[in-house]
Design a protein around this ligand. Structure first.
Ligand SMILES: [Ca+2]
Length: 229
C-alpha cells in the first residue's frame, strides 16, 4: 500500500511577502510557487530538495505546471469580448505592503464603477511607489490602451513583459514609459487614453502606475486593451 496515496491531491497555500501575494502548490513530487505578478518557480522535491534548480522555464515541465496551476487561487482573468479588463479581476500589487513603506491597496465598491467595484491604491512615497497589474496578451502587435481611473495626483504609466526575476518588483527596474497621467477632473472615473502601444511578445505583461506626488489615492476601475487589426 502506498503510504502517500491519500496525499495525491496537491495542496494550496497562499501568503504574502513584502506586498507580493503568492500561491504555493505542493504535490507529491513538486513544489510550485506562483507570484501575483505571474512569476513561477517549480522545484522537484526528490531530486532537488534544496530547491536549486527552477524548472519553470524548462518546456518539458509545461504539463506539470498546467496541472498544478488548476489549484491556484490566483487565476489569470480574461478580458470581456470587447477587450476590457476589470482591474479588480487582474492580479495586482503595490510596491510594498502597508507598514513598510506605506503603500497599500484594496478593492472597494463604487456604484459608478464597472461591475460595481474598483481597486484603490494609497500611494504614500511619491515616485517609486506604485501599483501594478499583470495581464496576458495573446499575440504581439499594436494595441489601443486606455484606463478608466481616478487620480488625485500625477503618475507615470509604464510596462514590461513579466520575467522570472525578483528584481522586477524594484522601482528602478527598467520599464517602457507609456504616458504621464495628470490629476483627473471627474468626481468618479475618467477614461484616459495611452494611445497605440506596441507589445513585442505575447504573454504576461505588467502595467505599472508610479505616483509622481508624495501622497495620493489612485482608483482604477478597468483597462480596455484592444488589438488593432
Ligand atoms: Ca471595475
Amino acid at each position: 500500500m502506498n503510504p502517500q496515496a491519500d496525499w495525491d491531491k496537491p495542496v494550496l497555500m497562499s501568503s504574502e511577502e513584502e506586498g507580493i501575494r503568492y500561491d504555493v502548490v505542493l504535490s507529491n513530487d513538486y513544489r510550485m510557487t506562483r507570484f501575483a505578478t505571474g512569476e513561477t518557480e517549480l522545484y522537484h522535491l526528490d531530486s532537488d530538495p534544496h530547491e536549486f534548480t527552477n524548472l519553470a522555464e524548462n518546456p518539458e515541465y509545461e504539463g506539470v505546471i498546467a496541472k498544478l496551476s488548476e489549484r491556484l487561487s490566483l487565476r489569470q482573468s480574461e478580458p470581456d469580448a470587447e477587450g476590457w479588463w476589470e482591474a479588480e479581476d487582474l492580479p495586482h500589487q503595490t510596491s510594498s505592503d502597508f507598514g513598510q513603506r506605506g503603500n497599500f491597496h484594496y478593492p472597494q465598491d463604487y456604484s459608478e464603477a464597472s461591475q460595481g467595484e474598483a481597486v484603490c491604491a494609497d500611494l504614500n512615497k511619491g515616485a517609486g511607489s506604485y501599483i501594478e497589474f499583470a495581464f496576458k496578451i495573446d499575440r504581439p502587435g499594436h494595441y489601443n490602451l486606455s484606463i478608466s481611473l481616478n487620480a488625485e495626483g500625477s503618475c507615470t504609466l509604464s510596462t514590461a513583459p513579466v520575467v522570472n526575476d525578483a528584481k522586477q518588483a524594484d522601482a528602478g527596474y527598467p520599464m517602457k514609459k507609456l504616458m504621464s497621467i495628470e490629476k483627473t477632473q471627474s468626481e468618479t472615473f475618467d477614461l484616459v487614453s495611452a494611445g497605440v502601444v506596441r507589445f513585442d511578445q505575447a504573454g504576461l505583461h505588467l502595467l505599472r502606475f508610479s505616483s509622481q506626488v508624495p501622497k495620493q489615492q489612485l482608483t482604477i476601475d478597468r483597462i480596455p486593451l484592444l488589438h488593432r487589426n
